[in-house]
Structure formats: structure tokens, C-alpha cells
Design a protein. Structure first.
Length: 119
């Protein structure tokens, strides 16, 4: 099992910044991509950004140029730097890790951290 613990959410005014962190522990061998997803009230969970173990990143169009995902493999931690925040970024943000075990891939999720952006 992999445990993911997020931190860094909170309330911020539009235009402000927040930095989310997600620390992985447990059976972390085989973790490939890590990333962030978010879910706003009444909406489906959506991808925000992912980063593979080798470094390539992927972003949702809505956050490109404003959010930056990074990863510290030595600390088994992934970060999401969120700048120029907008009210529409308000959501619960979830950390995700993909772990391979043989031919299978497994998804693990954190408990979520709330981000509220006031206008």
C-alpha cells in the first residue's frame, strides 16, 4: 500500500498563490507518475497536472502558465505551486500516485485538501 498525505490548502484571494505538498510513504517502490486532480462541488474530478518519475509533466489547459508541478524523488514528495489563482480554481485537490507491480498499475489517492479562492 501507498499512503499519500497532502498539505498546503487554504483560503486565498484571487491573484494569490498557494503551494500544495504531497508526501508518499509505505510501499513506494514502483511509483511511476504522481499528480494532482481536483473536484469542485457538483463537478467531476479532473486532472490538474502530472509528473512522471523521469520528469516530463502534463497540465490541464486551464492551469497552464499558472501552476507548476515538481517532484523530489529523494523525499517521495510532489508539489503543486499555484500562482495567479482564480475563483474557478476553488476545489478539493487530491494527490495521486500510480504504482506498477508486474504488468498491473495501481492508483492511490490522498484524502484531499481544500483550496478556496475568493474574488
Amino acid at each position: 500500500q501507498v499512503q499519500l498525505v497532502e498539505s498546503g490548502g487554504g483560503l486565498v484571494q484571487a491573484g494569490g498563490s498557494l503551494r500544495l505538498s504531497c508526501a508518499a510513504s509505505g510501499n513506494i517502490f514502483g511509483i511511476k507518475a504522481m499528480g494532482w486532480y481536483r473536484q469542485a462541488p457538483g463537478k467531476q474530478r479532473e486532472l490538474v497536472a502530472t509528473i512522471s518519475s523521469g520528469g516530463p509533466t502534463n497540465y490541464a489547459d486551464s492551469v497552464k502558465g499558472r501552476f507548476t508541478i515538481s517532484r523530489d524523488n529523494a523525499k517521495n514528495t510532489v508539489y503543486l505551486q499555484m500562482d495567479s489563482l482564480k475563483p474557478e480554481d476553488t476545489a478539493v485537490y487530491y494527490c495521486n500516485a500510480e504504482r506498477s507491480r508486474g504488468p498491473a498499475m495501481y492508483d492511490y489517492w490522498g484524502q484531499g485538501t481544500q483550496v478556496i479562492v475568493s474574488s
